[in-house]
Design a protein around this ligand. Structure first.
Ligand SMILES: [Zn+2]
Length: 441
């Protein structure tokens, strides 16, 4: 009830800069020569909305704007140049019309759109994006990829009056922030936040132990192992009323803080939460760019969505550490799964004739923008692993199979963290380094 009241008030106070959903051609974002000090206050702003629709269409409904703590991101990298993700948003300075910030991401709603349920019903998911707080009035625009052409389409636009008294100030010191690994200063580092779910008030030590295990797992693998000096890992301690997480397929429901669950979209091991705004509420206790949730369960599973969040079981079962790093590959920069599901020949995620946006998969539609230049001239394409060869004989090439498909899609190396939970392949390593260079500028 209270939320509906806030929504109404805010709807009256803000003026939509373009209330009509537009699918006009998208103007590429030029380098606008934006200086951080000129346009931003140094704090974080969050824009919450609901993302709704079905398998074919999507809509966005404004919820609220929140002022949060200090901005953790770069002061120089303000326009994300990587064409990753199914969504992106732009912040436009109202007076000058300049794009002053842009970032790309994916969401759980995007994944839900590919499920059979989305063919027969509509749903809405809470979402929210963060950006450096502008000094002046601004317009936010949200873009999504067309389901068939994969081209960007503008779907939502709204102006925010920066002096609007309905902008909420986030409460500070509601939870406890804990440093796990501090490598560098905020603006020049990747800032990761680890959040607990399903840990009760007496399990703080267990959660911190899990955070240290997460950190050790990440720094076991290159290129993260060579970049400790520009990665920060902080945790937020927030207890749940009950231990564990929901297992709907087994009839088990738990009163946990973030409402994490197995059986997401009816897949037993797929562990996620639909309450993303709550995730952001708790993450905001510390400066952050990338979120990972640790769930208090021994059951194997996890998930990771680009620039949204990653999630993994804290229990030391199976290959927990490797699962953390694999899911983080998804959530940090949207690396695609390089594994194959036998017999799988068609995928809505990777339609024939369209280049996957993921840095580590290709259908040769836009290969030159990926690892093509790293392939030696005499390497055959497609590339195969010669019988009896070992890893030291392997070469960067185009190995068929990836993105759950057996044919028609290619990866750059026989094995990888994104395929078999081994070391990241040279193609993924190079892509991660490029992404870190951008984030840490
Ligand atoms: Zn790889």
């Amino acid at each position: 009830m209270k939320k509906a009241y806030i929504f109404l008030l805010f709807a009256l106070m803000t003026i939509s800069c373009s209330t009509q959903k537009s699918t006009s051609n998208v103007t590429p974002v030029a380098n606008e020569n934006v200086t951080y000090e000129e346009y931003f206050t140094g704090n974080t702003m969050r824009f919450d909305f609901h993302h709704a629709g079905d398998s074919k269409q999507e809509f966005y409904y404004f919820d609220r704007v929140i002022r949060e703590g200090v901005w953790a991101g770069s002061h120089l990298s303000l326009i994300n140049p990587f064409d990753y993700g199914e969504q992106h948003f732009r912040i436009i300075d109202k007076a000058s019309g300049k794009v002053i910030y842009k970032n790309n991401y994916c969401t759980l709603f995007n994944e839900w759109q590919t499920t059979p349920e989305a063919e027969v019903t509509s749903r809405s998911f809470p979402e929210g994006v963060i950006f450096p707080e502008p000094k002046n009035d601004f317009c936010i625009e949200i873009y999504a990829r067309n389901k068939v052409s994969k081209e960007w389409e503008k779907k939502f636009a709204q102006t925010v009056n920066i002096n609007d008294f309905n902008i909420i100030s986030a409460k500070e010191n509601k939870y406890e922030g804990i440093d796990i690994h501090i490598g560098g200063d905020l603006a020049h580092s990747l800032d990761i936040v680890l959040l607990p779910d399903g840990f009760t008030a007496d399990e703080k030590e267990k959660f911190i132990e899990s955070c240290n295990m997460w950190s050790d797992a990440l720094f076991k693998y290159a290129p993260f192992s060579n970049n400790k000096h520009r990665i920060n890992i902080r945790a937020v301690w927030a207890a749940s009323n009950e231990k564990g997480i929901d297992k709907p397929g087994f009839g088990k429901w738990v009163d946990n803080l973030l409402n994490t669950r197995f059986f997401t979209f009816n897949s037993e091991r797929y562990q996620m939460t639909e309450e993303f705004q709550k995730v952001r509420d708790i993450a905001a206790e510390v400066p952050y760019e990338s979120i990972f949730i640790l769930t208090n369960t021994d059951k194997y599973g996890g998930g990771g969505i680009y620039n949204f969040y990653g999630l993994g079981s804290a229990g030391k079962t199976g290959r927990t550490g490797e699962v953390y790093v694999h899911e983080f590959g998804h959530s940090l920069m949207g690396l695609g799964d390089e594994y194959i599901e036998l017999g799988n020949t068609v995928s809505a995620l990777y339609p024939a004739g369209k280049e996957p946006w993921e840095a580590n998969l290709t259908r040769f539609v836009n290969f030159e923008g990926k690892w093509e230049k790293s392939i030696e001239k005499d390497t055959p394409i497609p590339t195969t692993v010669e019988e009896g060869s070992t890893e030291k004989d392997w070469k960067i090439g185009a190995y068929e199979g990836g993105g759950y498909l057996e044919k028609g899609i290619f990866r750059g190396w026989p094995e990888c963290m994104m395929k078999a939970l081994t070391d990241f392949c040279p193609v993924c390593q190079e892509a991660i380094i490029k992404y870190l260079d951008y984030i840490c500028k």
